[in-house]
Design a binder for this molecule. Sequence first.
Ligand code: M6R
Length: 613
Amino acid sequence: MCGIIAYTGERSAGPILLDGLRHLEYRGYDSAGIALQVEGPGLHVERATGKIEGLVRRVEGRLPEATSGVGHTRWATHGEPSERNAHPLTDPERRVALVHNGIVENHEELRAALGDGQTFASDTDTEVLAHLIGRELARGVDALEAVRCAVGRARGAFSLVAMPRDEPGRLIAARVGHAGGIVVGHGEGERLLASDLGALLPHTRRVTFLEPGELADVRAERVCYVDSAGAAVEKAVEEQAVSAVALGKGRHRHFLAKELHEQPDAVLDVLRGRYLSDPFRVELEGFPLDEEGARALRRVVLVGMGTSLLACSVGRHYVERFARLPAEVDNASEFRYRRPVLDPGTLVISVSQSGETADTLAAMEEARAAGCPQLTVCNTPGAQATRVADGTVFLRAGPEISVASTKCLTSSITALHAIALHLGRLTGRLPEELAAEQVRAALHLPAAVGEALELEPQVAGIAERYARFQNFLFLGRGLSYPMAMEGALKLKELAYIHAEGYPAGEMKHGPIALVDESVPTVAIALRDEVFEKMRSNIEQLRARRGPVIAVVSHGDRSLDGVVEELVELPAVHPLLSPVVSAVPLQLLAYHIALERGADVDQPRNLAKTVTVE
Ligand code: M6R
């Protein structure tokens, strides 16, 4: 949720930290700050509310020279977004500066245990850890041990970096629980720490991921690792393949636009090496079951959050069609607390762009405890989800920086299509002709997604005409229902417009009461087995003067004159239509957001990776 960066080495730490924070800003942008270890010894702390550029303006030309420091960009959980609650936080004697990502669940209990007379400078859960560490340091305890003791008393899932004032060049990192990862970067004569890989890539590709319960004692020349009991841990250095070049905006105004336009390539990257012709088939590395294991399955449960959850809702159709297994979709945040009935005959498939979403990780832990085989669909190498699952299907979509997910939705749906085909082959329930037809259809997807992007001028025109409406409905049936939900989600988060996504059949059971000339409906009305029913729903909307923007199949002009706007999709197999129909919905939300002057890449109140439950 929050972003962490830290540096120790020979270079000037300030500019490195500020640049790192720019890479991390998508994780949260309520406030930002840095602390530098300066000669004296002492701590120089600078913090500012709002985005990183506010902090940069504040410190420009007045940062002291230092070769070690920590930085943080915040998404508020405890305490309002304000300067006093911004990180880095310190203990009262300023013996340590602390940056923290995640939640200390028992922070009130720990505050009370510190005793009366302890004054707190912020309303955060984090500060209590700074106080605990500071107390230990004051007693002469070694910094690593001080941090280990403090985090040992805390409950929750979080990561942190502590910088002790009196030990120039030393940083201590800790990871507690499954949410909120931390990565060590190994440069030439320097080390970095970050909450995610992207912030390290401009400096090094040689990294080490901390596992839950581990701590790192970091100096420029060496790093030592210990577990929560203080025992030494040997950890390897991994070479990462992702390049920092992929992190820029390219020719686009926004990351969102760049990522939206990368979708043909992203979908192709899912297919590459997995969808094969001659004969047409899918081969999937990383699938955790063999034929025997697959045949023993009794059902599949798909879990995720937000857009990833909606990809799961499409994936469910694929699992049922191709593997003929009962499939359920669960919101990961509800899953665990429902006490779901799970056993080793249930394959749990999680979808997460980041692989660090706390709700999804909690659901995965629940499944692990029940002995379920698990597969995760993930875009982030090294992410926690990939470590919990028994197998991973990587999206290979490249970094998705914009807070609103675009390319990872279409890539995830494509990956779930591949998984279901693979599972169908293993279970022996997928007819060969159906498999061949689907592989052939999927190989056309990158081209179809590219053609869908050509709808942009038309959709931008629609956006201009509809940008001032305050409420929208999105309707679809079957495979288009999750896409209706996604269209509404994109409009909410990008343009701050109230939008509801419904299965079209539900409309007459309540939502139609909302409809009049001020409530436009985006209806996904494709030529499939429910088209005639969609058409009647559209007639019902028109009878109540509700304006309709219809997304229709290639070559279908039958709603011409019935609806206000007709958006014709390129040709695509009906089962793969969600990958293509998502595109005009994303474009609509993007262009309406532009019309309304919204902050497209960093919508208010959101964060890219939600590492709190
Ligand atoms: O990283 P994940 O895929 O697990 O993230 C899940 C959701 O937080 C994410 O899809 C969110 O809903 C996006 N803002 C949607 O655009």
